[in-house]
Ligand binder design. Structure first.
Ligand code: IPM
Ligand code: MG
Length: 362
């Protein structure tokens, strides 16, 4: 029987529309192959939404997302909107989407593919075999804590404030996601905090230890965030699942991404307790190469695979897409960001065509 899904597409800004077009083509092909039918609905977010409506997350967009089975997002932001007041910035739209859909858990895998080891800036022996899942808390911490703002003090000085805050409940639920994730992987959780300085981190650590009691088969360790950043570069293979707060997760997931050679390869899933998840590449909108057919669409396509696996329970379709990506890499097809000597340099569209061909044969 045909399985039908309503998918909201949010192409956003910069290279977003180009990589989204490739992802949609891939979805159509996999749909035909596996009897999945897609009901696509496109909506505005980020700079594109600001230009059209004045707001980075129009109500209509959030509503469309709410009633869909999953949301596929490309990227938001660009120089053009960098100087607008904060409530009108593209980033504010993205944060509103995460909060509006209750997406507290952000899964960011950093897996090094054998085909791309030489694209990493680190030595082969350091990165070969790296397979890390960063579980980042996404709707709390300093991104959302109150008070926040720029206030004027009694002496007339401006003072900028953000607040890093977590409740027990917020920590416990992301801890559970991490332990559940680790259980299906290497069975190790490393919790990253700054408990030597921050009270909020001490609570984080205490809760992690408490929740860990329910997962006797998962090994829990702790690192301070500065050390974790160093260890990621020094010996990344020691990590299996990393769980951390919103800001530390933002930073460490970029660092972990780079171990794999290019952030252009990495997908992510943002999930809540129920309702649709948002699936998006970890990379941004790359305004410097937008519209030039140079973008790497693979992270977007791998985000479709994550959507199928984590959002729609269609593991076979996810596997096939991931295999198609490996196939094109095996053939030597590369976009500029992962190019190395002797490989075939392709643009975004041509990479999409190569994927479609590969899908026919996996
Ligand atoms: C990310 C991005 C976002 C974040 C920005 C664009 C708001 O850097 O998804 O990692 O900081 O979460
Ligand atoms: Mg980031």
């Amino acid at each position: 029987m045909t399985q039908s899904y309503r998918i909201t597409l949010l192409p956003g800004d910069g290279i977003g529309p180009e990589i989204m077009a490739v992802a949609v083509d891939v979805m159509k092909v996999i749909g035909r192959q596996l009897d999945i039918s897609w009901e696509f609905s496109e909506a505005l977010i980020g700079g594109a939404a600001i230009d059209a409506t004045g707001a980075p997350l129009p109500d209509e967009t959030l509503e469309k997302c709410r009633v869909s089975d999953a949301v596929l997002l490309a990227a938001i932001g660009g120089y053009k909107w960098d100087n607008l007041p904060r409530h009108q910035r593209p980033e504010t739209g993205l944060l509103g989407l995460r909060a509006g859909l209750g997406l507290f858990a952000n899964l960011r895998p950093a897996t090094i593919l054998p085909q791309l080891i030489d694209a990493s800036s680190l030595k082969r022996e350091v990165v070969e075999g790296v397979d890390i899942m960063v579980v980042r808390e996404l709707t709390g911490g300093i991104y959302f804590g109150q008070p926040k703002g720029v206030f004027t003090t009694e002496t007339g000085q401006k003072r900028g404030v953000n607040t890093m805050a977590y409740t027990e409940a917020e920590i416990d639920r992301i801890a559970r996601v991490a332990f559940e994730t680790a259980r299906k992987r290497g069975g190790k959780v490393c919790s990253v905090d700054k408990a030597n300085v921050l009270e909020v981190s001490q609570l984080w650590r205490d809760r992690l230890i408490e929740v860990a009691a329910d997962y006797p088969n998962v090994e829990l360790s702790h690192l301070y965030v500065d050390n974790a950043a160093m260890q990621l570069l020094r010996a990344p293979k020691q990590f299996d699942t990393i769980v951390t707060g919103n800001l530390f997760g933002d930073i460490l997931s970029d660092a972990a991404a780079m171990l794999t050679g290019s952030i252009g390869m990495l997908p992510s899933a943002s999930l809540g307790d129920s309702g649709p998840g948002v699936f998006e590449p970890v990379h941004g909108s790359a305004p410097d190469i937008a519209g030039q057919d140079k973008a790497n669409p693979l992270a977007q396509v791998l985000s479709v695979a994550m959507m199928l696996r984590y959002g729609l329970n269609q593991a076979t379709a996810a596997d096939r897409i991931e295999q198609a990506v490996l196939r094109v890499l095996d053939q030597g097809d590369r976009t500029g960001d992962i190019m190395s000597e002797g490989m075939n340099l392709l643009g975004c569209q041509a990479m999409g065509e190569a994927l479609i061909k590969a899908l026919a044969n996996v």
